[in-house]
Design a protein around this ligand. Structure first.
Ligand SMILES: N=C(N)NCCCC[C@H](N)C(=O)O
Ligand SMILES: O=C(O)CCC(=O)C(=O)O
Ligand SMILES: [Fe+2]
Length: 330
C-alpha cells in the first residue's frame, strides 16, 4: 500500500543482474540487498529509479532524439502513420487525441505493441492485431526502436525476477504461463511546453497526461534529462515529482502486478504536467504478462496479506483492449 513517501528511491540493480541467470540467485547476498530495496520501494511508492541496468546511456538518448525529430516534422508527414482501429491502434496520434478520464491529454504519441498475427488469440486479440507503423525517415528508426524494445524486454524480465523474490516466490514466478511470452507496449511521447496565451503573460499549463495507472506488470520510463514533469501520488494525495536522473529509468508497477501481489504492491497513480517552456520527450516501455493470461493473486501473496483474495481474476488482454478502446473515443 502506498505510504506518505516524499521522494522516489534510486536502486542500483547491478548486483541483481550479475546473478539473474543463476537459479540460486536468491541465496546471493548482493541480490538479497537489491531485493530488499525493491520490496520496500514497491510497498511504499510503487515507483523507483533503476541504475546499473546495463542499457547504454547513448541508446537512451538516441531513442529520445529520434522521437523528438519525428514530432518536429510537419503534421501531414506525421499523419502518414496515423493510428486507427484498423492498424490495431498502432501509430501516430495528435495532441488531444488520447483521453484520460474524459479529458484530452496534451501530448502526441506513437503507440507500438508487440505484433499479433491474425487469429493468434481469437476474438480476444482481434482489436490489437496489426503491424507497427514506423516513420520511414530516418531510415534507422525501426531498427533502433526494435533493438531498444528487445533490451527493455530482457531488462524487465530480470527486474521481475527480483520482484518475484521480493514477494517471497521463486525467481521465475512471472515466467512460463504468466509472462514467459510477455506482451509489451511502447509509447513515444511528446509534450508541448507552456506557451503564453495571447494578450496575457500568464503561461497556460496543460495536463500532458491525466492521472492514471499503468496496465501491466512493470513500466520503464526514459524521460528527458532537463524537465521535471512526471508526478506520482502518495497516500495523502500529494503529488510527488519524479525529476530526471540522467542514465536511469523510472520504474513503476502496473495493474497486473497489483493483482498478483494481492495489493501488497500498488499500481500508483501518476500524471504528467510539463510547465517548462520546452518540448518534453519521453519513451515509455511497458512490460506486461502474456496477452491471454488470467491474472489472479498469488497464494504466497494472499498468505502475506489478509488471507483473503482482494481482487478478482482479470485477463490482461481484456484489460488492455478496454483501455485502448476508451482512450480514443471522440
Ligand atoms: N499503456 C499505458 N499505460 N498508457 C498510458 C496512457 C495513460 C493515459 C490513458 N489515456 C489512460 O487513461 O489510461
Ligand atoms: O511522460 C512520462 O513521464 C510518463 C508517461 C506515462 O505515465 C505513460 O505513458 O503511461
Ligand atoms: Fe503511465
Amino acid at each position: 500500500m502506498a505510504t506518505d513517501f516524499k521522494s522516489i528511491p534510486i536502486i542500483d540493480i547491478g548486483p541483481l543482474l550479475a546473478k539473474c541467470d543463476d537459479p540460486k540467485m536468491g541465496q546471493d547476498s548482493g541480490v538479497a540487498q537489491v531485493v530488499k530495496q525493491l520490496d520496500q520501494a514497491c510497498k511504499e511508492a510503487g515507483f523507483f529509479y533503476v541504475k546499473g541496468h546495463g542499457i547504454p546511456e547513448t541508446l537512451l538518448k538516441q531513442v529520445k532524439n529520434l522521437t523528438r525529430k519525428f514530432f518536429e516534422l510537419p503534421y501531414e508527414e506525421k499523419l502518414k502513420i496515423k493510428m486507427t482501429a484498423d492498424s490495431g491502434y498502432r501509430g501516430y496520434q495528435r495532441i488531444g487525441e488520447n483521453i484520460t478520464k474524459g479529458v484530452p491529454d496534451m501530448h502526441e504519441a506513437i503507440d507500438c505493441y508487440k505484433e499479433l498475427k491474425p487469429g493468434m488469440y481469437g476474438d480476444l486479440g482481434k482489436p490489437m492485431e496489426g503491424c507497427n507503423q514506423w516513420p520511414i525517415k530516418p531510415t534507422n528508426f525501426k531498427m533502433l526502436m526494435e533493438e531498444y524494445v528487445s533490451l527493455c524486454t530482457e531488462l524487465s524480465r530480470n527486474i521481475m525476477r527480483g520482484i518475484a523474490l521480493a514477494l517471497g516466490g521463486s525467481p521465475y514466478e512471472f515466467e512460463g504461463e504468466r509472462a514467459g511470452n510477455a506482451f509489451w507496449v511502447m509509447r513515444l511521447i511528446g509534450y508541448p511546453g507552456v506557451h503564453s496565451a495571447n494578450g496575457s503573460d500568464i503561461p497556460k499549463e496543460d495536463i500532458g497526461c491525466g492521472a492514471h495507472t499503468d496496465y501491466g506488470l512493470l513500466t520503464l520510463v526514459n524521460q528527458d534529462d532537463d524537465i521535471t514533469a512526471l508526478q506520482v501520488r502518495n497516500h495523502s494525495g500529494e503529488w510527488i515529482s519524479a525529476p530526471p536522473v540522467p542514465g536511469t529509468f523510472v520504474c513503476n508497477i502496473g495493474d497486473m502486478l497489483k493483482i498478483y501481489s494481492n495489493g501488497l504492491y500498488e499500481s500508483t497513480l501518476h500524471q504528467v504536467i510539463n510547465s517548462s517552456p520546452k518540448y518534453r520527450v519521453c519513451v515509455a516501455y511497458f512490460y506486461e504478462t502474456n496477452f491471454d493470461t488470467a491474472v489472479e493473486p498469488l497464494d504466497i501473496c494472499i498468505e502475506r496479506t489478509t488471507g483473503a483474495k482482494k481482487f478478482e481474476r482479470a485477463v490482461y488482454g481484456e484489460h488492455l483492449v478496454k483501455k485502448v478502446q476508451t482512450n480514443f473515443v471522440d
